[in-house]
Design a binder for this molecule. Structure first.
Ligand SMILES: [Zn+2]
Length: 58
């Protein structure tokens, strides 16, 4: 049972970090499937919070 490790679990953390991004909304733990060009680079948000990424900072 313990040998049944999915391929993505064996990838180096350094590489995974490039692809694993969670919703940046405060307190949200959802997967950030939607990327937006933000002030500090690409910002990621889930479906429920993707409107956050469309907000234009004043
Ligand atoms: Zn979210």
């Amino acid at each position: 049972m313990s040998d049944d490790t999915p391929p993505w679990e064996t990838k180096p953390a350094k590489q995974s970090a490039l692809y694993i991004h969670w919703c940046m909304h405060e307190g949200c733990k959802e997967w950030g499937a939607y990327g937006f060009a933000g002030r500090y680079g690409v910002e990621w948000f889930c479906y429920d919070h993707k409107s956050d990424g469309k907000k234009t900072p004043k």
